[in-house]
Design a protein around this ligand. Structure first.
Ligand code: EAX
Length: 339
């Protein structure tokens, strides 16, 4: 039977048009996405290096459809302001220290308990194991999606007045702390005067002598150029600080399952890079800080043990704050990791 030329042509035209439409327009759940990632530290710090790597991997995996723009150095606000922006859905990603998240979810304070971790291996095992992953899941209760733990590192003490050789040397020093009650109690408990403030206000506070001291990993001291306003660095190593890669739950809930998987995979890959670059930079930062004129002294293990003894009342208080069960499970998770 002779086909009617007009009808078959019409079918062909419609079929081609439909095919073009399918190729061109994104399928459901594959729409263009633009997201903002704010960090509180400078471009050279592993927090921002990790954010840029995450953005790069997301763009690669999505073929450019998902674009994450990184705003470093607290351009979008302090750690706490950015956490509020994520919860409100006006910003999509950030990576604050666990310490500031403790104000939203008290259990997160457990990670700041002094002298808890002996080394990075223990930290990685706890953060990447069931305990840490369970804690990430709890962030959904506060309209946040916990994607991964990044490294800030072991926190050491710097000041403009004197080397800290023993705990008593801290007496009377005005010490900036993160906005976190455990850190405030920790330094008051060691005889200093804790002054909580966001990290983006800290350089000026040190420069104007509004505070004498602060405590942060080598990489923060270097990235924030604290060596220009702090003479002494003493390796107290009083806490291992992790940062948490978090997303806005309001943003997350609108994503397709495929895009959530893409972002989770990118977070996993970026975490490996972030920790590696943090350790590489940390390994050379001490020598760099000496070159910048800082006087670095090692605090003895015996003295660090003594500091921990002095902090037992603070540790007991904050174990109760985070929850005895939470603290017990935390220390059990650490104990499982051979030293
Ligand atoms: O979140 O506030 C701080 O001192 C933190 O170490 C840092 O900014 C990373």
């Amino acid at each position: 039977m002779m086909k009617h030329p007009k009808i078959s042509t019409l079918f062909s035209v419609v079929a081609i048009a439909l095919a073009c439409l399918c190729l061109g327009a994104p399928s459901a759940g594959a729409q263009e996405i633009k997201a903002r990632f704010g960090t509180s530290l400078p471009d050279s710090h592993p927090q921002t290096l990790g954010a840029r790597k995450f953005a790069e991997i997301v763009e690669q995996k999505s073929g450019g459809r998902i674009k994450v723009t990184v705003y470093s150095g607290a351009q979008l606000g302090s750690d706490q302001q950015m956490q509020a922006a994520l919860r409100g859905g006006t910003q999509e990603f950030t990576a604050p220290s666990t310490a500031t998240l403790a104000n939203l979810l008290k259990e997160f304070g457990v990670f700041g308990l002094p002298f808890a971790f002996a080394n990075e291996k223990q930290a990685d095992a706890v953060f990447d194991g069931p305990y840490g992953q369970g804690m990430l899941a709890k962030l959904a209760e506060r309209d946040l999606i916990g994607l991964a733990f990044w490294e800030n590192g072991f926190r050491n003490f710097t000041n403009s007045r004197r080397p800290i050789v023993k705990a008593e040397d801290l007496a009377g020093l005005k010490v900036r702390t993160m906005q976190n009650n455990l850190y405030i109690d920790m330094f008051n408990g060691l005889g200093a005067n804790a002054v909580p403030m966001p990290v983006n206000e800290l350089y000026t506070a040190l420069e104007t002598k509004a505070v004498d001291a602060q405590e942060n990993p080598f990489t923060v001291v270097q990235a924030q150029k604290f060596y220009d306003v702090q003479k002494y660095l003493s390796t107290t190593g009083h806490a291992y600080d992790a940062q948490v890669l978090i997303a806005s739950k309001k943003f997350w809930d609108k994503l397709s399952a495929a895009d959530r998987t893409l972002l989770q995979d990118a977070a996993r890959e970026a975490t490996l890079y972030q920790r590696q670059v943090s350790r590489e930079l940390n390994a050379k930062a001490r020598a760099d800080l000496v070159k910048e004129g800082m006087l670095v002294n090692d605090v003895s293990d015996a003295e660090r043990k003594r500091m921990r003894e002095k902090l037992l009342p603070v540790i007991a208080k904050h174990q109760a704050v985070v929850g005895e069960e939470t603290a017990k499970e935390f220390f059990a998770a650490i104990a499982k990791v051979p030293n």
